[in-house]
Write a protein that binds this ligand. Structure first.
Ligand SMILES: Cc1cc2nc3c(=O)[nH]c(=O)nc-3n(C[C@H](O)[C@H](O)[C@H](O)COP(=O)(O)OP(=O)(O)OC[C@H]3O[C@@H](n4cnc5c(N)ncnc54)[C@H](O)[C@@H]3O)c2cc1C
Length: 400
């Protein structure tokens, strides 16, 4: 049985590493495999997370991911890495990385195992697929397949090879969910002044869609001239992108002092003002807020930055802003560097236990090509492995 895989990203490498004793050929348009994998986790590869929940995944088809995540869980992936000989570590956030903190370690170990089972052809681009004749047409030659596994990724980081060319072909044959970009940064209304540009704070970001609370994240937030980025924003970004796609109203409230209630923060600032009665408020706040942010915060609170005698009313206004510094999010800022695609092949057209297409014979989907996206934190690589395992198990069953 001739199995062809389109793409040599992480889902393809996982698939080939799982399925031995088969005739597998991988077709990849790049010169080498795992190009995007090498860029993951800032070159360190955050490959899964100790804290795994179905809620970390987004798809129009409810519960679609559950079976494959249960069958090949984060624990299974950690064990598989141990089997491959990749030592790993985890951070307090639950994020897991190879001990070497190098994504090349993961790519190379996985590729060596995959090459035991599959032949890789590079610099070859699939330009069409004849699903009836079971023929893959490339820019070089055509290939006849018995089983086709589509692992061509979504639209994120196009220059890594996932350029959407296969999605264009699939449009004529199966249902697609409109795509947008997740795990990315956002444009806001009224971004801050140039002084605040690049300023990073550790704070709590709470997300509201149509004024309804969705989720919060306490981590780094970075203020940019266009709007907001940072780990806390990336954590919330899939929900934000989906809400933007639906043209909904999105507000993000930043709490610079989540560890205090308003009263506690008021007392701290009031005591400080009494201790240093001659200081202008812009100087008084040094030590409480990053200096680059002070003027913007005072402006929002409508307090004169040079005022020395600070009234109770001013302090109350200041505390209110420090506990709730709001931004309306209006667009995705950087589509080219987004980390994941939301949307893709509709999951109601795929069997959830096997990743097999309901529309095209003997065709499987694995990884990001499907309408499944994970949160920031190792969930997308976990999905690449879990979906690849489900497909490889099904194909193994066919063979026996
Ligand atoms: C900068 C960045 C950082 C990330 N960091 C993390 C992280 O730390 N943790 C995490 O879990 N996720 C991370 N992700 C997301 C994760 O990398 C992807 O979800 C995952 O790589 C998807 O794997 P895939 O195999 O489905 O697709 P891809 O890795 O995109 O592979 C698809 C392959 O198919 C090939 N291809 C496409 N079309 C054709 C064609 N027509 N002919 C031949 N070949 C074709 C492409 O060249 C590509 O090599 C990150 C993403 C980015 C962009």
């Amino acid at each position: 049985m001739k199995i062809f895989v389109i793409g040599a990203g992480v889902s393809s490498l996982a698939f080939c590493s799982f399925l031995d004793k088969n005739d597998i050929t991988v077709l990849e348009s790049n010169q080498f495999s795992g190009r995007k994998l090498l860029a993951t986790g800032n070159g360190r590869c955050n490959f899964t997370n100790i804290n795994m929940d179905y809620k970390n995944f987004y798809s129009n088809e409810k519960d679609f991911v559950n079976y494959s995540l249960d069958s090949f869980s984060n624990k299974d992936l950690l064990e598989y890495f141990e089997y491959l000989g990749i030592e790993w570590i985890n951070f307090p956030s639950g994020r897991c990385y190879p001990k070497t903190q190098s994504s090349k370690t993961v790519r190379d170990s996985l590729l060596m195992k995959a090459e035991e089972n599959a032949k890789f052809i590079y610099n070859i681009k699939v330009v069409d697929i004849d699903f009836k004749k079971k023929l893959i047409i490339t820019d070089k030659k055509s290939f006849k397949y018995d089983i086709l596994v589509i692992a061509s990724g979504g639209l994120s980081l196009k220059n890594s090879g996932s350029d959407g060319s296969i999605l264009k072909i699939l449009k004529k044959h199966t249902k697609l969910i409109d795509q947008t970009f997740g795990i990315t940064n956002f444009k806001t209304e009224n971004p801050l002044s140039k002084t605040a540009k690049g300023c990073k704070v550790f704070a709590k970001a709470s997300l509201f869609v149509d004024d309804k609370f969705q989720k919060s994240s306490t981590d780094d937030i970075i203020f940019q001239s266009y709007g907001l980025t940072g780990t806390a924003i990336l954590d919330l970004s899939n929900i934000i992108s989906l809400a933007l796609k639906d043209k909904r109203k999105i507000r993000l409230d930043i709490d610079f002092y989540p560890e205090y209630k308003k009263k506690g923060l008021f007392d701290i600032l009031e005591k400080k003002a009494q201790r240093f009665p001659k200081r202008a408020i812009k100087n008084l706040l040094i030590g409480n807020i990053d200096q680059k942010l002070i003027i913007d915060i005072l402006k929002r609170a409508k307090i004169n930055e040079d005022s020395v005698k600070i009234s109770k009313n001013d302090l109350e206004k200041l505390v209110k802003i420090l506990k709730k510094f709001s931004f309306n999010i209006v667009d995705i800022h950087d589509k080219n560097n987004a980390q994941v695609t939301l949307g893709g092949v509709a999951c109601d057209r795929i069997y959830k236990n096997s990743m097999k297409s309901k529309d095209m014979a003997d065709t499987y989907f694995i990884g990001e090509i499907m309408d499944v996206a994970g949160d920031c934190g190792g969930y997308n690589i976990q999905w690449a492995f879990s979906s690849a395992k489900a497909a490889s198990d099904d194909i193994r069953r066919l063979n026996v």
